[in-house]
Design a protein around this ligand. Structure first.
Ligand code: APR
Ligand code: PHB
Length: 393
């Protein structure tokens, strides 16, 4: 068995694990990142693409913000459409100058991997059967198998950054864990296509046929979504049908602007809200999707991973630099306070914008009225805008 010693053992090379490793490295704290998949798989995974300013700042501080600053698109507003009628939410005006940056999570992941490798970081792909041991002791361990060899990493702490399907959350005894969950009766069918964006800002459309979102990755690549059933078979959705449906749900004034193009990715994302509490057990700390999932409507998934990593990295730095463990003790409560606000926002946006199907007439009218009210009241629009651009860390 090959043994390595490190300060923080990190499971998962998604944005949470990679960003944590990068920030710790800047503070002189060693880590080993263990990732189950190979590098190409991790770098090819398609995810959302809206960064809050706080996330952009954190990437900058971690020394990985240069390409995002060059290629990211600053968005000062969003459009919300109700039955083909488009309204604007001026994020910048409503929040006193704040905006978001549209830059794919896939690109964030590539930038982080490149930075870890350039810094000589210990980042290991293709790690099978990662297992957590002794989390209640002073020296927890991780074991895994790579090729034919067994490996062991002895750490001071373990950061579980292994996403919703990872092993970290399962290492917390069920009797101490409380799970909160809502599964929505729909998903999003998303496409990536070679086409110009429909409008200058993202369009979130509520429509009786179902929700649609018109997003982008660049001036030449679009990312569009339509609400669908969670068990949708992509065979039933040839490209033409997706484009037709996208056109029908667009604001009237934008319908002639929808340009089609080669679709090079098509997939269905299920929608759920999920929180597992607490986010710490012994010397194991959860961050990102390992501890919580939001539906993508508010674009909060990556941003929450970033705020978790901000709190957790500060707590590790306080521990190693000042021998102070108060921030580690406070981590779970502190992270959860922000997570629940983002959960509320993501649930609220999801409920106002989607069609929940038949048998839901009263609630559907109330949700419609809530969206109409939000768009008619400066106070309500301000609340939407300040959550969309991101609450402070
Ligand atoms: N062992 C090692 N690695 C694992 C294991 C395991 N048992 N299980 C999962 N992983 C890896 C996954 O392959 C993935 O690369 O952990 C990583 C988790 O990354 P993400 O799922 O991207 O989660 P996170 O880093 O928390 O980022 C949150 O990702 O899912 C989106 O919407 C979410 O934008 C948010 C962001
Ligand atoms: C995306 O571009 O993938 C995207 C944008 C905004 C969202 C969700 C996803 O709310």
């Amino acid at each position: 068995m090959a043994t390595t010693r490190t300060q923080v053992g990190i499971i998962g090379a998604g944005p949470a694990g990679l960003l944590l490793a990068q920030i710790l490295d800047k503070a002189g704290i060693s880590s080993v990142v263990l990732e189950r998949r190979d590098r190409a798989y991790v770098e090819g995974r398609i995810r959302a693409g809206v960064l809050e300013q706080g996330t952009v700042d954190l990437l900058d501080q971690a020394g990985v913000g240069a390409r995002c600053a060059r290629e990211g698109m600053v968005h000062k507003g969003i459009y919300i459409s109700i039955e083909n009628d488009r309204r604007q939410i001026d994020l910048e005006e409503l929040t006193g100058g704040k905006h978001v940056v549209v830059y794919g999570q896939t690109e964030v992941t590539k930038d982080l991997i490149a930075a870890r490798i350039a810094a000589g970081g210990d980042l290991r792909f293709d790690c099978d059967a990662v297992t957590i041991h002794d989390i209640e002791s002073q020296h927890p361990r991780l074991t895994y198998v790579a090729g034919d060899e067994s490996h062991e990493v002895i750490c001071d702490f373990i950061a579980g950054c292994d996403g919703f399907h990872g092993v970290s959350r399962q290492a917390i005894p069920a009797s101490l864990q409380r799970v909160y969950e809502r599964v929505y009766p729909f998903g999003w069918l998303g496409i990536l296509a070679e086409a110009p964006p429909v409008a200058d800002e993202l369009i979130y459309a509520r429509h009786s046929r179902g929700f649609a979102l018109y997003s982008m990755r660049s001036t030449k690549i679009v990312r569009h979504y339509i609400q669908c059933l969670p068990d949708t078979d992509l065979e039933d959705w040839p490209d033409e049908r997706v484009w037709d449906e996208l056109r029908l749900r667009l604001p009237r004034e934008d319908q002639h602007l929808l340009k089609t193009g080669r679709v090079f990715e098509k997939s269905v994302t299920p929608m759920r809200s999920f929180v597992s509490e607490p986010m710490r057990f012994g010397r194991l700390f959860l961050a990102g999707d390992a501890g919580h999932i939001v539906p993508p409507t508010g674009a909060k998934g990556l941003n929450l991973a970033a705020s978790d990593v901000h709190y957790l990295s500060r707590a590790f730095i306080a521990f190693y630099q000042d021998n102070a463990s108060a921030q580690l003790d406070a981590y779970s409560d502190k992270a959860l306070a922000r997570i629940w606000k983002a959960q509320r926002f993501s649930w609220w946006m999801t409920s106002m914008l989607h069609n929940f199907g038949p048998g839901d007439d009263f609630d559907s009218r109330v949700r419609g009225a809530e969206l109409a009210y939000t768009l008619s009241s400066r106070a309500a629009m301000t609340a939407l805008a300040e959550n969309y651009v991101g609450l402070p860390f």
